[in-house]
Design a protein around this ligand. Structure first.
Ligand code: MOS
Length: 741
């Protein structure tokens, strides 16, 4: 059952519109509508705010500004994982970036709130701000640490000496733009007061974090907050933390003692939900003539907003990916008065491998060596930084299997030499690595006398397939058909998980469900052994087989439902918990990651420079797979994000204010079906016994990692032009294209 490509159990209710999302919940009492007013300067303070016109506007019930918000808790920067922290909103007249919320207008209808929001008059004392990343790059500083307390820099051997001695050198700078998560469903919250308590229907990736964040912001007991989030229309990092919609809906609902709904508009998402930092990444590779690396350095410099420091771990993968005796990685931050950074779709590896895997391609070209061969020559026997074994590393297998399936022999080593009519044809490859974080997740599993099974956890399903994979785990361990398992998720009264994020969701929660099932199974067998009325009485339960709703020991057999009905008329339940990475010695003793290889074929119009993806293949080694269909969907979705990073996605800054100019999905381009003609993901069947008892690792973000580099490398192979300033757009490519005919 585990691994089977079954279709999503929540598919039918989603496609028939019966899955309810945060903003859609209805209450007996009609909700009020909140509309957020945002700052139109990039830095400074509110000098005067006149809400009198807005307050007198029809239907308006409240206008909330920094002058009348309740006292709020401060962000606790000491907690290493930010999503649980307080998120003070409208807490001061200071403006730290363009688009920061400055008021919430609450009215009886959405239209009344929108109309009144336009009547809030604000006088700002604007201050000159820093908005230009490149112009401020020399102001970079070293942050104290990375997420999870990882060190900012790392050094092994002597990079400078190794690099100087290397006969072949690559020293390149790659630039990556501001990028956004932008899921379909906007960040939204309906806050409903219930006496002293507060119910929050909120679109969140982590229910427990949403509850904690609201509780510490509003200084109320978390027990008084109930978060409900059974369906989430995508997250990609943008809903790991709650934002102004949730905090302000909660403040307004408590003040007015009525339900209040707030959703961010698409433009507001672009200006107040964090952005992937823009970055400069300098990669230096020093190699012997046979391709063996002697020195690797990755310097990642990115922007941050000084009020809320965020470091993307872009150079992290370089610490463990390739063998080289001399290694150096550094992360630096450039303080700008721009929107703060947050996690966006495979934070770290996504931009990091865009740079590293492009540089590896440049090295292969300099050596006149096949880029797959170059990577194979640099395959490390152990994690080169930590000097510990890998738990399961199959990069070479992914590269070889991909080469076979993709017919890599079609590629010419000499770039710019293959044509198909007016199209220049190129092939690119890149390898993939992604961290496997494991969180503390709990789950409860309950068997009812009718032998239906209920799995419950506050875990979320952000479109990834959580409902389905958790049902599969329980069905397998308890020997039930999958349609007899009901999974309830996304409520804070259920056992707490780490939610969905960083590719830790499915594996952490699946382990919790598995462990709960193990306890339940043990209790079930103990019940059979001690029940004098059971045909299994006193039999050796070690020999028991639990399958298709029956327990069988040798010739004796009884149905699970009879056994439970007789002994546990209220049902039998058990809880399970995953072991977080910091409590599992395997995470110290082994290097635990997921791996893959990307292959891309592109055509570049020789006259116009138009780039069309022709075909893309990923081969991945993510450990054991919980569901082959949802896994493949995740992977090709990630690869599609890679196409966006390579060719399309870029938020452009208005240098006067730090606003994003193309702040909607007409101007901020993401790949659509027409951009993705042929795409496939193959998964190498695996089992990582060091990761956890199920052998499962995260794969949600693996498909993104390296995908963009494979596209860029294919563009180079097609044209002999290397664009290092992402995304690779026509304006950058065309002037360098060789003159044709
Ligand atoms: Mo992910 S960007 O950690 O949801």
């Amino acid at each position: 059952m585990i691994g089977q490509p079954i279709s999503r159990v929540d598919g039918p209710i989603k496609v028939t519109g019966r899955a309810t999302y945060a903003y859609e919940y209805r209450q007996d009492e009609a909700p009020l509508y909140g509309v957020i007013v945002t700052a139109t300067i990039g830095r400074g303070r509110i000098q005067e705010i006149d809400v009198s016109h807005a307050e007198r506007s029809p239907g308006v019930r409240a206008v909330i500004t920094h002058q009348n918000t309740p006292a709020q808790g401060a962000r606790d920067e000491s907690s290493p994982v930010p999503y649980w922290r307080a998120r003070p909103t409208l807490a001061s007249p200071r403006i730290g970036h363009y688009g920061e919320p400055v008021a919430l207008v609450v009215a009886a209808t959405l239209e009344q709130a929108q109309a009144a929001a336009s009547l809030v008059r604000i006088a700002y004392a604007a201050e000159p701000g820093h908005f230009d990343f490149m112009a401020n790059a020399e102001r970079a500083y070293a942050p104290k640490q990375l997420v999870f307390g990882l060190p900012t820099d790392s050094a092994v051997g002597n990079f400078d000496a190794g690099y100087d001695s290397a006969p072949i050198k690559i020293d390149r700078q790659y630039n990556t733009p501001y990028c956004f998560s932008q899921p379909m469903e906007p960040n939204a919250c309906l806050a409903v007061p219930r006496g002293e308590d507060l119910v929050l229907y909120v679109s969140t990736q982590i229910v427990d974090a949403a509850r904690s964040s609201v509780a510490s912001t509003l200084k109320i007991d978390p027990e008084k907050i109930q978060v409900v989030s059974p369906y989430v229309g995508g997250g990609f990092g943008s809903k790991l933390s709650v934002h102004s919609e949730t905090i302000l809906a909660a403040i307004a609902a408590r003040r007015l003692n009525q339900p209040v709904k707030v959703a961010l508009t698409r433009r507001q998402i672009f200006h107040d939900v964090g952005v992937r930092p823009t970055s400069i990444q300098r990669i230096r590779l020093g190699a012997e003539r046979d391709g063996r690396l002697v020195a690797v350095a990755h310097d990642a410099t990115m922007h941050t907003n000084p009020q809320e420091e965020f470091v993307e771990t872009s150079a992290l993968a370089t610490r463990s990916f390739y063998a080289a005796p001399n290694r150096l990685t550094r992360h630096r931050l450039v303080p700008l008065d721009m929107l703060r950074g947050e996690d966006v779709r495979a934070p770290g590896e996504a931009p990091g491998l865009l740079a590293l895997e492009s540089a590896m391609d440049e090295l292969a070209h300099a050596l006149n060596m096949d880029p797959i061969e170059l990577r194979i020559r640099n395959e490390p026997p152990v994690d080169p930084e930590r000097n510990v074994p890998y738990s399961e590393r199959r990069v070479v297998e992914c590269l070889r299997e991909g080469a076979r399936r993709f017919k890599w022999e079609r590629r010419q080593q000499q770039p710019g030499t293959v044509r198909d009519g007016r199209w220049l044809i190129g092939f690119g490859v890149a390898a993939a690595i992604r961290v496997h974080p494991q969180g503390p997740a709990k789950a409860r599993v309950r068997l009812a006398p009718d032998s239906t099974c209920i799995v419950s956890s506050d875990m979320t399903d952000i479109g990834t397939g959580t409902y389905t994979v958790l049902a599969q785990v329980a069905a397998e361990r308890l020997g039930l058909p999958v349609d007899q398992v009901r999974v309830e998720l996304g409520r804070s009264d259920l056992p707490a998980s780490w939610g969905s994020g960083g590719s830790w969701g499915a594996s952490s929660s699946a382990v919790a469900v598995y462990r709960a099932c193990e306890v339940l199974r043990g209790n079930l067998l103990a019940t059979a052994r001690t029940d004098a009325r059971s045909p299994l009485h006193a039999l050796d339960s070690k020999a028991a087989v639990v399958s298709e709703g029956r327990i069988t020991v040798g010739d004796a057999s009884e149905s699970v439902s009879d056994l439970i009905a007789r002994n546990h008329p209220d049902g039998l339940e058990a809880e399970g918990e995953s072991t977080p990475m910091w409590a599992d010695p395997n995470f110290g003793n082994f290097s635990i990651h997921t791996y893959g290889a990307h292959f891309a074929e592109v055509g570049v119009d020789a006259d116009t420079g138009e780039i069309r993806l022709r075909q893309m293949l990923g081969v991945f080694s993510p450990g054991r797979v919980l569901n082959a269909k949802t896994a493949r969907s995740q992977l090709i979705g990630g690869m599609t994000f890679g196409v966006g990073m390579a060719l399309l996605e870029e938020a452009v800054v208005d240098q006067r204010s730090g606003a994003f100019v193309n702040c909607d999905l007409a101007g901020y381009l993401v790949p659509v079906n027409a951009d993705i003609p042929l795409i496939d993901a193959a998964i190498l069947d695996g089992y990582d016994d060091k990761a956890n008892v199920l052998g499962v690792k995260g794969l949600g973000e693996l498909g993104i990692c390296g995908a963009g580099a494979a596209i860029g490398n294919a563009v180079f192979n097609a044209t002999a032009v290397r664009v290092r300033d992402f995304p690779i757009t026509l304006d950058k490519l065309l002037p360098a294209l060789p003159q044709q005919i």
